[in-house]
Write a protein of this length. Structure first.
Lengths: 329, 362, 277
């Protein structure tokens, strides 16, 4: 549906060039939940901006291709380059941002914000018709209609986030992008919002891309997970497989470091820090912190190889597929 | 001499919002009783969501808020009240804090080590700067840092993890008996968290320090603490050893929390439908959890639930704690990974603070 | 090499000029500014008298040097004391809170809401012509300290709850030490800006008073020069050198102070920005 081929997106500021996304190849498939996981400074938010077409200076795509294969109004498959994506994105892609309060207009009632969003996207002539549609949609999502009459500050954080989910999915976009949709929400509300998001997607059978630093979250609801480190994808594959058999040392150490209730095993964090995005090292970005580092790791960046069907990793520890797969995904 | 290191005695905190005429009251902490034993250093986690009162309670212990009623006693001496028996010096030498945001813990306009020297000299741990330097070197090495890497630098020259370590080192200087850590790793990347958490465990062992560990993360609470107190809207609704409370919860809220944690290795029960927060402000019922409780009875809305003491140093604030026989699948243990044995990680030595971070020392 | 921005450079140079004129040059003056008829009257600018002479027989140029000196003196003295008192009051009130804060805030509000000019006029009239620059300065100090106090107070208030203040407490630092070492550095930049502003305000007020004759008119200040010029109809008589000089001097001085203060604000913000890197 959405194909990213060796994308390089940099922030070009007068002081320095920040190579936030430095050669990312990734597919967003149909009817799936793709999780993009990574820690602060890995470039995942920038990657999302690339997907969304929100490329304002100093952010610029320096290299690579973005292609969208989407159904146009006639139902035919159309291939779009980045410029067309930007022109038509609102029909196909919607975005649920981080931080609900900064996105919703605090002095406008929720219903009006729905109307504003809709008016921007499509032409509905009849106000009553829109109201009906919104109300029935809210009912589908099991949100109380009272929400429409409220101002954002009257709703709890969890409710606001659900409203954003409703806003983002109302026009049935083909791809929904969610950027840390549950930060600052407590654990119970978080589960509710995420399940709601997953259920909505399940019903619409579209694609959802979630960016989050919390890999536990991805474990719970993503079908596929892509691990980002220092501007590059280091591992991508079906969630079950990646957690069962993490191939990249970073993934392994990350998963191993998480404590679990019921388990007293000693946990260890990763030592050191990721390299700078302004002046990244040649070779594998994780080399300085990797317990299995070899000479070849420092010389050249390992390519993303398919080690088993649909499970890719960029690491010299894995040079050959265990089972042959279909190719780059 | 009391055999309690810390005693939180019936502490209540009410915040008044708004003006004299139209103000409202907000009950942040509601008659909380908790204690820490003197003989054996232990870690008590106070777990709760935002609004639970855990941060306010921590601030009360740190004397940053005064309780509306009740008192806090350190080694038998009260820290509040006009005839408070514990003087400042004695207090600061017994209790030290770790704050949540490492970048706010130190002023950006002062050199970080100035705080270390201040602590050593003001609290009379060292006689002069030379002795202070030795003590500081020692404290820094306990957290894996070298003094030459810290001396003369400003806070913005360090990473969050490093600053948090420096903060711990500073707190260690007076060899306190109690460290109150307020969500110390919530602003630190997941892969780096356990480095800090493990420091707490090593300090408990090496220096016999007890900890009050405030967090909303149950998994970390399980890992680091001996005891856990679950807070909900000002009440401690469950308390006991972390092992037992978190693997065998008795309060529906604890159960709810455990089921909502996005843990790796245990999938959510998606059919567990539990009511979420209402549109308007919480409607006040006698049991504060009544509106969200799947086992709510009429009595819960009318009377305050009793504090049930369960043998084995455990308590629950509920009308029918033991009857909640939810179909509990045992929390699964860590899934056995299928990768090779040689992929085990060595314990790294003191972190070098060079730009590229350095790898673990072999 | 420290890079100064254009504003700061221009403002700095102008100020330096004024300092030279006001502080150094008066020592060389061959005339006493208070004596009249020392030179022939109403002469236009010439070799002997660079800015001409006044209607009461003073050399305009040398008179100017004393005028600048006295105006600067008033400005700096008022600014210094007003800012110092203001910073103290603001820090104490903001940081300590409770009754002390309430008392100080009341004082601040009183002096801010009461307009200073009528009071000054009242004081001047009561003293019936015996007003000295010192008296005026005193009154100006009393009316100007609240401005910086309020600003400093709000900074201190907002910083009270920050974690590093608590870190300092747990490091055994006392209240005074915290106020001076933790809070004051943040207040410093504001204080400097306040200082410069107060210089402006003080000079402007004194000049204003002088023009209506309520300042110490025997003393030479930029304002009194204008006053005497007006008294002797310098405008009507086209003796622009006498009345023009102080007016232009005031304008230039204000521009210089403004440029220097905003230039410095930009400069320190930049430095802090770079330090954060």
């Amino acid at each position: 549906m959405l194909r990213l081929r060796d994308i390089k997106a940099y922030y070009q500021t007068p002081g320095a060039v920040v190579k936030a996304v430095d050669g990312v190849t990734l597919d967003v498939g149909e009817n799936e939940i793709l999780g993009i996981a990574g820690e602060s400074g890995c470039g995942k938010s920038t990657l999302l901006k690339v997907l969304y077409g929100s490329l304002e200076p100093p952010l610029k795509i320096v290299a690579g291709k973005v292609e969208a294969e989407l159904k146009n109004e006639g139902g035919k498959l159309v291939t779009l380059g980045p410029r067309e994506i930007r022109k038509h994105w609102w029909r196909f892609i919607s975005y649920i941002p981080q931080g609900s309060m900064s996105f919703l207009n605090p002095v406008v009632r929720i219903e009006q914000q729905f109307l504003d969003a809709v008016a921007r996207k499509q032409q509905f002539t009849n106000k009553r018709e829109i109201h009906e549609r919104i109300s029935s949609y809210l009912k589908e999502l099991q949100l109380s209609i009272e929400v429409l009459n409220a101002y954002p500050h009257q709703l709890s954080g969890g409710m606001r986030q659900r409203v954003l989910v409703a806003l983002g999915t109302f026009l049935h976009p083909e791809i929904v992008l969610a950027d840390e949709p549950t930060t600052a929400l407590d654990v119970v509300t978080q589960k509710g919002v995420l399940l709601m998001l997953a259920q909505v997607r399940e019903r619409m059978k579209n694609s959802l891309v979630i960016v989050s630093h919390d890999i536990g979250l991805h474990y719970q609801i993503a079908h596929r997970i892509a691990i980002m480190y220092n501007g590059k994808i280091v591992e991508v594959g079906p969630t079950e497989r990646v957690f069962e058999m993490p191939l990249h040392p970073y993934t392994q150490m990350l998963i191993q470091s998480l404590p679990r209730v019921g388990d007293h095993k000693h946990r260890q964090g990763i030592s050191g820090r990721p390299p700078s995005l302004i002046d990244p090292p040649a070779g594998c970005r994780f080399a300085a912190r990797c317990p299995f580092v070899m000479d070849s790791c420092r010389e050249e960046m390992p390519p993303l190889l398919e080690i088993e069907p649909d499970h890719f990793v960029a690491c010299y520890l894995h040079r050959e597929p265990i089972q042959p797969g279909k190719g780059v995904r | 001499m009391s055999d309690l290191l810390l005693e939180i005695r019936d502490v209540t905190k009410v915040f008044k919002r708004g003006g004299v005429l139209f103000g409202t009251q907000f009950l942040a902490v509601d008659h909380v009783n908790l204690s820490l034993d003197r003989q054996k250093p232990s870690v008590l986690s106070i777990v709760g969501e935002s609004g639970s009162g855990k941060t306010t309670l921590a601030k009360i212990i740190l004397k940053l808020h005064e309780p509306t009623s009740g008192n806090v006693l350190l080694e038998g001496k009260s820290i509040f009240g006009t005839h408070s028996n514990l003087d400042s010096l004695g207090y600061y030498r017994t209790v030290q804090p770790i704050f949540q945001n490492p970048f706010e813990t130190f002023s950006m306009r002062k050199q970080v080590d100035s705080y270390l020297y201040d602590t050593a000299l003001n609290l009379k741990i060292a006689k002069d700067r030379k002795e202070a330097r030795d003590i500081i070197t020692d404290a820094l090495s306990s957290v894996g840092l070298e003094i030459n890497a810290v001396a003369g630098k400003y806070a913005n020259q360090f990473s969050g993890g490093e600053l948090q370590r420096i903060s711990i080192a500073r707190g260690l200087i007076p060899r306190p008996k109690l460290i109150v850590a307020d969500e110390p790793v919530s602003m630190i990347d997941a892969s780096l968290r356990m480095n800090i958490v493990n420091i707490f465990l090593s300090l408990k062992k090496k220096y016999h320090v007890s900890f009050i560990y405030i967090t909303h993360d149950l998994s970390t609470a399980y890992y680091v603490s001996d005891y856990v107190a679950i807070m909900y809207r000002g009440d401690v609704i469950e308390y006991g050893s972390s092992d037992r409370v978190l693997t065998n919860p008795m309060h529906p809220y604890t159960e709810l929390l455990l089921n909502s944690v996005p843990a790796v290795g245990k999938k959510w029960d998606r059919h567990l439908k539990l009511p979420d927060v209402e549109l308007k402000e919480y409607q006040n019922t006698a049991c504060k959890f009544a509106n969200r409780c799947p086992f709510v009875q009429p009595v819960c809305r009318q009377n305050k639930p009793p504090r049930v003491q369960i043998p084995g140093d455990r308590e629950v604030l509920c009308f029918k704690p033991v009857d909640y026989a939810l179909d509990r699948t045992t929390l699964s243990l860590e899934r056995e990974t299928t990768y090779r044995d040689d992929l085990k990680v060595n314990l790294p030595g003191p972190e070098s603070l060079s730009a590229d971070g350095g790898g673990p020392k072999s | 090499m420290v890079k100064l921005n254009a504003r700061l450079k221009t403002g700095g140079v102008l100020l330096l000029l004024f300092v030279v004129v006001g502080v150094i040059l008066p020592r060389f003056s061959p005339y006493d500014p208070r004596s009249w008829n020392a030179v022939p009257r109403n002469l236009p600018p010439s070799q002997a008298h660079w800015l001409g002479t006044t209607s009461v027989g003073q050399d305009t140029f040398w008179l100017l040097t004393f005028a600048v000196q006295n105006s600067l003196f008033v400005g700096v003295v008022v600014a210094f004391f007003a800012t110092t008192i203001g910073v103290f009051a603001g820090l104490i009130g903001g940081f300590l809170g409770s009754a002390i804060d309430r008392g100080l805030t009341l004082l601040m509000d009183v002096f801010i809401s009461v307009p200073s000019l009528p009071i000054l006029i009242l004081v001047a009239s009561l003293l019936q012509g015996k007003t000295s620059l010192l008296t005026i300065s005193l009154v100006l100090i009393i009316f100007n300290w609240p401005w910086s106090a309020r600003q400093v107070r709000s900074i201190a208030l907002s910083m009270r709850e920050r974690d590093f203040i608590n870190t300092a407490r747990f490091s055994g630092s006392g209240t005074l030490s915290i106020v001076v070492r933790e809070i004051f550095p943040y207040v410093l930049t504001w204080s400097l800006a306040n200082f410069v502003n107060t210089v402006l305000v003080a000079i402007a007020t004194e000049s204003g008073l002088a023009v209506i004759g309520l300042s110490s008119v025997e003393q030479a200040t930029l304002g009194t020069m204008i006053y005497w010029g007006l008294q002797y109809q310098a405008l009507l008589a086209h003796r622009w050198w006498w009345i023009g000089t102080p007016v232009i001097a005031i304008i230039l001085l204000f521009i210089a102070l403004f440029l220097a203060s905003t230039g410095f604000a930009d400069f320190s913000a930049e430095r802090r920005g770079r330090k954060r890197a």
